[in-house]
Design a protein around this ligand. Structure first.
Ligand code: UDP
Length: 418
């Protein structure tokens, strides 16, 4: 029995059978995903499970990570921030480091990428690889995970020259898509219900995190899990907590985070957060190692309400993870959070600390609402945001690119070798 069958317990057998049919033409096909970090952040989280699932379907899938020095990540963090709307000038020197680092990585990945049938390039960091493969064999797809709806023009114009020659782009939602001279696909991300981050836990595991982090299981607990990044508005979370605490003195807040290895700003934001939390022993700032998946799972289950008060958000896997555990989420009214948090149904959208505090109070005063909204949230994720749906859409995209010049899509038999 394949581990794909384990998913059938959650999604139903039809979903898995459909995946097998869609993957049949790609048996043995070489599919390479490229990003810039193996741990930390949503992209790494998805690839960790997407690769083995593709392999299980008979695809020769692999995952490459580009490497670079601190200036490269300084530049790509700047690109990330400017694509999300910040107006920051990236110096010619930094852009030179960006291009040089991509050129160097192109050499180390040459064998793998030249032969690939499909290459998925994730986000801006490795976007400039393509120009070094003039004789590429396969289809190259740029997968943008970030909210690029209002980019700082000069930086988008610069990046666009590298992205335009791709065969297709994927954005997480329609609002994020940019105009590009190739097909654009809209594919929201997903979570893996069987990963350590999301799997059902025994009550003991949840009890253990209460003990380990000195949390009181008798008192209400709110949680935000996020890298320490200004777009996640950690200071706004503390403000919302403080406002709600005036009415709910027993309230506890956990802010669990760690640092993605490609994010040089993390430690600065962390010290700002520590400063804002100083003097309140009910605020627990947890710095977790990047493999603390079971612990984050337990914390999400321990929380009464989960916050994701981002002011920009590509998608927000932490939202999906919490909803899958039957928790209502109070999320920022931005990006992919809007796709998941259906206001007043699966959670609440809040733009200000005051708004978030109001919703915290509303839910904690009416615990039955927590259960009702949490159940709606779980079903919504099951139907829309599990990895099986994500994989199906990647496969459908591959089929479409493979047969782009034909008007009929044939799902069985291999055409890669024709
Ligand atoms: N995450 C984690 N440890 C942390 C912070 C986050 O494992 O300290 C995980 C989190 O559970 C989620 C992912 O990293 O799976 C973050 O994805 P999201 O889309 O929410 O945000 P991103 O970091 O990609 O902006």
């Amino acid at each position: 029995m394949s581990f794909l069958d384990d998913y059938a317990q959650i999604t139903g057998h039809d979903v898995i059978e459909h995946l097998r049919q869609l993957a049949a033409p790609f048996s043995g096909a070489k599919v390479v995903h490229v990003n810039s970090t193996r741990v930390g952040g949503g992209v790494a989280e998805i690839l960790t499970k997407m690769i083995p699932l593709m392999q299980e379907l008979g695809i020769n899938a692999s995952w490459e990570v580009i490497t670079g020095e601190s200036q490269f990540f300084e530049c790509t963090k700047g690109m990330h921030n400017t694509l999300q709307g910040n107006q920051i000038h990236l110096s010619d020197k930094l852009l030179e480091v960006y291009e040089r680092t991509n050129a160097e990585n192109a050499e180390s990945l040459r064998a793998s990428l030249t032969e690939a049938d499909f290459v998925f390039i994730h986000d801006p960091q490795p976007a400039a690889l393509l120009q070094h493969f003039p004789n590429r064999k396969g289809k190259w797809i740029w997968r943008c995970h970030i909210d690029a709806s209002h980019p700082y023009r000069p930086v988008w114009k610069y990046l666009r020259q590298f992205i335009a020659p791709y065969d297709a782009s994927i954005f997480s939602l329609a609002a994020f898509a940019r105009e590009l001279p190739h097909p654009i696909y809209l594919i929201p991300p997903s979570i893996d219900p069987l990963s350590d981050k999301n799997i059902e836990l025994k009550p003991d595991a949840v009890r253990q995190v209460y003990e380990k982090y000195k949390l009181d299981s008798e008192r209400p607990l709110i949680l935000q899990v996020s890298r320490f990044d200004r777009f996640k508005d950690p200071i706004g979370v503390i403000e919302a907590y403080k406002l709600a605490k005036k009415y709910l003195p027993s309230l506890q807040l956990v802010m669990a985070g760690g640092e993605a290895t490609d994010d040089p700003e993390g430690s600065v934001v962390l010290s700002e957060v520590q400063e804002a939390a100083r003097g309140d022993s009910d605020i627990h700032i947890l710095l977790l190692p990047s493999d603390a998946h079971l612990e984050i799972n337990a914390l999400q289950r321990a929380a009464d309400i989960v916050l994701q008060k981002s002011v920009r958000e590509g998608f927000g896997l932490t939202v999906t993870e919490a909803m899958w555990k039957g928790k209502p989420v109070i999320g920022g009214d931005v990006g992919g959070i809007r796709l998941q948090v259906i206001n007043h149904h699966t959670g609440f959208l809040a733009s200000t600390p005051e708004g978030a505090a109001l919703r915290i109070r509303y839910l904690l005063y009416q615990p039955e609402k927590i259960g009702e909204m949490g159940e709606k949230a779980r079903v919504f994720v099951r139907d829309n945001f599990l990895i099986t749906r994500h994989l199906r859409e990647y496969l459908a995209l591959m089929v479409a690119l493979l047969y782009e010049s034909q008007d009929r899509i044939e799902l069985s038999g291999s055409s890669l070798n024709q």
